[in-house]
Design a protein around this ligand. Structure first.
Ligand code: NAD
Length: 377
């Protein structure tokens, strides 16, 4: 089978779908690999490293011959325009919040496979779980960004010039990214507290040496598949009000809360921001075009508010660690690709729960149940 890797076109995207090590593995499995010129440059994998791994480095217009096109983010108009029936395209397309892209992909006739829909509770899907690999990187980098921006120490320091108390860090949302942010902040010596609407995360939080905050005004809000459900307006207002007291007592707040297919919940209101001490830092990993977890945060921007609070809208942290993120993503996407290849062809067996979970369009139709329902709405 012919597999192609594109140069990403998303704004400030530095990752690449396959690293040379993954090319070698696909070559030994019998696949031919085409890599677009400069595809790995942002992650510091030069074209020569792909040639040495056995790939053909070619211009964009020669990728169309491939049976499967691999990417990290969404395809642009040029890439969509070149997709065709009988071809597969794999990437992270955020289809639950981009219905227009889904219908464009369907109209090409190509089989579109979105790694961000992988059914994560299936143990055989774990090596393909790009959401987890990328969230781990994001959580780690969020804690480092907070520490680098905060004008004081994270650890307790006792020196001849005085004693510095440890920073108080609050992590809101304790899924994969939140837990990694907790672990990283703890390793830097901060005193960490955390909160999530899924109280089952308490033991994981505590095992990392952090304190789990329990809110009295909001009950458990676990939803399907181990994710949170969206809160009602009343629940959200109660959560924001009760969290505000905790936020005021912390130097650093890292927010990671997400509800699949929804805009990120607002956890830190303008009122809560006003109560923070000058010099405090917030890193909002929910920041996106849809809005974020922190009022006023802007994706990709660092804002210093009038009261001396820094709000970092951290929308694509994995891209800032492109080499590590691409290496992990390459393992995820090549494992999924090989899983779907039978007799040297990508096979779409929708009776397989894993395949049905990731294939969004096939033979000109939107086939994913969650998206077909949305299209009918
Ligand atoms: P996510 O990125 O969707 O959300 C991050 C966190 O935000 C979640 O913990 C969620 O509960 C929390 N959140 C949502 N709304 C909130 C609110 N209003 N207030 C506070 N917190 C809020 O989640 P994720 O990191 O992708 O992981 C979600 C689940 O998937 C977890 O249960 C995780 O254990 C599970 N998971 C399972 C597997 C597996 O079974 N193999 C692999 C990876 C993840």
């Amino acid at each position: 089978m012919k597999v192609a890797v594109v140069k990403e076109t998303g704004p400030a995207e530095r990752r690449v779908a396959l690293v040379p090590e993954a090319v070698t593995k696909l070559r030994s499995a019998g696949h031919e690999v085409l890599v677009q010129t400069g595809a790995g440059a942002g992650a510091f994998f030069p074209d020569e490293s792909y040639s040495e791994a056995g790939a053909s480095v070619v211009p964009a217009d020669q990728l169309a011959a491939a049976d499967a096109i691999l990417m990290v983010g969404k395809p642009d108009a040029f890439q969509i325009g070149r997709l065709r029936s009988g071809q597969a395209v794999l990437g992270m397309f955020a289809p639950l919040t981009d219905h227009e892209l889904v219908s464009q992909l369907a109209s090409t006739g190509a089989t579109a496979v979105s790694l961000d829909l992988i059914p994560r509770t299936l143990s055989r899907a774990q090596p393909m779980d790009a959401l987890t690999s990328q969230a781990n990187i994001a959580g780690y980098k969020a804690a480092l960004l907070a520490a680098a921006t905060f004008g004081r120490f994270f650890p307790l320091l006792i020196t001849a010039a005085g004693t510095a108390r440890p920073a108080k860090v609050l992590v809101l949302g304790t899924g994969v990214a939140g837990l990694q942010a907790i672990g990283t902040a703890r390793r830097l010596g901060a005193v960490v507290s955390a909160y999530d609407v899924r109280p089952e995360t308490k033991t994981e939080v505590e095992s990392l040496g952090a304190t789990f905050i329990e809110l009295t005004s909001v009950g458990a809000a676990g939803g399907e598949g181990g994710y949170a459900r969206a809160l009602t307006d009343a629940e959200r207002a109660a959560e924001q009000a009760e969290l505000a007291d905790h936020i005021a007592r912390h130097d650093v707040v890292i927010t990671t809360a997400q509800v699949p297919g929804r805009r990120p919940p607002l956890l830190v209101t303008g009122e809560a921001l006003k109560s923070m001490t000058p010099g405090s830092v917030l890193v909002d990993m929910g920041a996106s075009a849809l809005g974020g977890n922190v009022e006023g945060s802007v994706a990709g921007q660092t804002i210093v508010a009038d009261n001396g609070i820094t709000i970092i809208g951290a929308d694509n942290l994995p891209s800032s660690m492109a080499a590590a993120a691409s290496t992990m993503y390459a393992r995820n996407i090549s494992t999924l690709l090989q899983y779907m290849v039978k007799d040297a062809q990508l096979t779409v067996d929708l009776r397989d729960e894993l395949v049905a979970g990731v294939v969004i369009t096939h033979n000109g139709k939107v086939v994913h149940p969650a998206l077909a329902m949305a299209a009918a709405d």
